[in-house]
Ligand binder design. Structure first.
Ligand code: T1G
Length: 697
């Protein structure tokens, strides 16, 4: 008998129960156990109907994704589902938790579906670069019709139990939360009422509406906007369309062909890598999993500007009281008003109720006095990027805050060690770098200083999860991981324009690659004055920072979107970047002053120079131990800067391209005049020499 799937009987109901933590994924053992159990149920003369349930937190949440990179093993999921569907006895399935992917496909191979009120169902395969490959594209439209099936399968969104009931995907929603008892009662009802074996494959009614309509063409057109670079959403449409064009068995064959095409695509590899990396990034090597975590009941935030206000919202959103400190009443009032405005915008969009807005606002206590921070468990400083100001604040916090309070800075580039040095508790000082807008962007770069204790590291990583961020623990250096690589890409993008490209050409290469914004559109959003101030600070500190045409933009007050002119021009109230002939003239003049002769630059060179410089910097970051694993860098870029998840992140993409090709490119650029910044990272050279990949580090 299988250890993960059991068969038993209660009265006249044969019960098949799956118990394979954490999510009852359909690994090989589960599939063979299910096949064995359903055969047992057929052979059990006492059983008039069968019930499929799962133990633990959820019904089957899909195929076992960890098996994707292994050779396929029998029995296949379609074979298991066929055995259930062709049962001579009605099979009832009881759903709880999240019945997803292959789990929902198996449920649709049963004859009646009942769900707990809290249950959710979905076919999220598209989020892994796949499509439902076990009959989901053929059975779902037979239950809910073409439009809803297309929406569910191409978005991967989950439906609540009541929505599933409304769309005919489940037959009933239970009253209580006892899934086994409710499932059993439903199965007994099936027996007493003599419900027949009702195979979804035989339901043709919902197919009539889709046969002649152009719903599929319309859907392909909408996908062009929201999924332009993606592969599998379009294959999802093809598979669902087959349900309306072919007999069921042919439709299954067509689905299988399309599924295998998705399995082979590099996008599936990238998305599966991103899925597991988002979870593995929280498992920090050399930070013991049993490290104690401090209890964070109340948080202080210093600075009620865009960042401080956004950070405060993250905590209020999950019910953690916040004390928001500013130096001036006017700034404090502005900050509170901005937070309220953000919440009211969400309420207008139906994402929050007005009660929730007031509850969250009530959790944010404005103050002008440091003494209000005396009993907070964590303080996050979010003021100007000015080391002198930060040092003053941290020495003040060291005086005011209770022992054991964690003192964090939201700095995006400055040294955590230098900030910690102004306190008597460097072990309690850490960086918590949020990304703007802080209440939206999912990445939280937690920066460990030399002296930051394991307990503080573990606490800020736990806080990341609690406020629904993806936390990455990184080391302390200029720009940490994300901005250090971004600054390299920014410098290269500026150099590309010096050499002859236009800003819009560079940005288009990056958006065609899959970034949501190009380099120059992004700096217009962040504010050209921000980068200019950082370059001026570094020049003041004696660093050799060459002049750039962007300095001239800043000196002309062209700061970007906030001044409706930066690298691009912006119409009143619009964020759409418009190339500006004035800027192109300024760039031409800058080239003349610098004695640069412009040349035509092709898109491939732009892509290589922007990406390879990041990968080279990423290799140095790994070598210095600033990032522990390549996946830390991948997740930082996917969640902090919109690196397309279907490409897996910069280091995964580099592995896929082949490190030898990357290194050749870097050496080519290094050999050119002025190519000093292209010196190959020794780690990259070593990996190529050894025939290894970043993923093997
Ligand atoms: N396979 C293997 N492991 C999985 C898994 C899966 N499908 N889903 C989750 N895990 C692991 C996860 O890695 C983590 O492990 C632990 O379970 C808890 O997950 C044929 C081919 C179910 C909503 O895409 O969306 O079916 O880190 O931290 O936040 O057509 O997991 O503890 O070691 O995410 O409560 C389709 C993916 C597969 C669902 C729970 N199914 N999973 O979220 O916990 S393809 C999916 C999720 C397929 C068929 C096709 C979420 C969740 P560890 P967690 P959670």
């Amino acid at each position: 008998m299988s250890e993960v799937v059991s068969y038993s009987r209660k009265g006249q109901v044969g019960i098949i129960s799956v118990n394979y933590p954490p999510v009852n994924a359909l690994g090989q053992a589960v599939r063979s156990g299910l096949l064995e159990a359903v055969k047992q149920g057929q052979a059990d003369d006492e059983a008039e109907a069968l019930l499929l349930v799962c133990e633990g937190r959820t019904f089957i949440a899909g195929a076992d994704i960890r098996e994707f990179s292994k050779p396929r093993q029998e029995p296949s999921l379609p074979d298991v589902i066929e055995a259930f569907e062709n049962s001579t006895k009605p099979i009832i399935v009881a759903l709880h938790g999240t019945a997803l992917g292959g789990g929902l496909e198996l449920a649709m191979g049963c004859h009646y579906r009942v769900a707990l009120p809290s249950a959710k169902v979905g076919l999220p395969e598209v989020k892994l670069g796949l499509l439902p490959g076990a009959g989901g594209t053929q059975r779902l439209p037979r239950l809910c019709g073409a439009q809803k099936a297309l929406e569910m399968i191409t978005s991967g969104d989950f439906l609540s139990a009541s929505e599933a009931l409304e769309h005919g995907i489940v037959d009933a929603v239970t009253e209580s939360s006892d899934i086994a008892a409710e499932g059993l009662a439903y199965a007994e009802q099936a027996i007493t009422k003599g419900w027949p074996v009702r195979r979804v494959r035989d339901l043709e009614g919902k197919l009539e509406t889709g046969r002649d309509s152009d719903v599929f063409e319309q859907f392909r057109t909408t996908l062009q906007q929201r999924a332009r670079n993606l592969f599998s959403p379009f294959k999802c449409v093809d598979a669902v369309e087959a349900a309306f064009q072919l007999p069921f068995e042919e439709g299954l064959k067509r689905e299988r062909e399309l599924f295998l095409a998705c399995m082979e695509s590099p996008q599936r590899a990238g998305l599966v890598h991103a899925f597991f990396s988002e979870r593995d990034v929280a498992k920090v090597p050399d930070l013991p999993t049993d490290t104690p975590v401090r209890d964070i009941q109340r948080v202080g935030i210093i600075g009620a500007g865009t960042m401080g206000g956004g950070i405060a919202m993250n905590f209020a959103n999950v019910g953690i009281p916040v004390c928001l400190l500013e130096a001036q009443q006017e700034a404090l009032d502005r900050g509170i008003a901005m937070i309220r405005q953000n919440y009211e915008n969400s309420a207008r969009k139906g994402r929050l109720t007005t009660t929730q807005v007031e509850e969250r606002m009530a959790l944010i206590e404005p103050t002008l006095s440091y003494s209000a921070l005396a009993d907070v468990d964590l303080v996050i400083e979010a003021v100007f990027e000015d080391m002198a100001i930060k040092k003053q604040i941290f020495s003040r916090l060291d005086e005011v805050c209770k022992p054991g309070a964690i003192l964090a800075s939201n700095t995006s580039t400055l040294s955590i060690d230098e900030i910690a040095s102004t306190t008597r508790r460097p072990e309690d000082v850490v960086g918590m770098h949020f990304f703007s807008p802080a209440n939206v962007m999912k990445l939280l770069e937690n920066v460990r200083g030399e002296k930051t204790s394991d307990e503080v590291k573990a606490t800020v990583m736990a806080i990341a999860k609690r406020i629904k961020k993806v936390g990455v623990l990184v080391g302390n250096c200029y720009g940490f991981v994300g901005n250090r690589m971004l600054h390299r890409r920014g410098a290269e993008a500026i150099q590309l324009v010096n050499d002859g490209a236009t800003p819009q050409q560079v940005d288009k290469v990056l958006t065609d690659f899959g970034f949501p914004m190009g380099q120059f559109a992004m700096s217009d959003l962040a504010g050209i004055d921000v980068g200019y101030r950082i370059r001026q600070e570094r020049r003041k500190a004696g660093e050799e920072v060459p002049p750039t045409w962007m300095d001239k933009l800043a000196e002309q007050g062209r700061f970007g979107q906030k001044t409706q002119a930066g690298t691009y021009r912006y119409k009143e109230g619009s964020r759409k970047p418009i190339p500006d002939p004035e800027v192109e003239a300024l760039i031409r003049q800058f080239r003349e002053e610098q004695g640069i002769t412009a040349r035509a630059i092709d898109d491939q060179e732009i892509l290589e120079r922007c990406l390879y410089v990041m990968i080279n910097e990423g290799a140095k970051i790994l070598e210095e131990g600033i990032a522990t694993r390549a996946l830390d860098i991948d997740i930082t870029w996917i969640y902090g800067y919109g690196f397309p998840a279907y490409r897996g992140g910069p280091m995964f993409w580099a592995d896929q391209q082949g490190l030898e090709q990357i290194l050749d490119g870097i050496r080519r650029f290094h050999a050119q005049p002025g190519g000093e910044q292209w010196r190959p990272a020794p780690l990259l050279e070593r990996l190529v020499a050894e025939g290894k990949r970043f993923a093997e580090l």
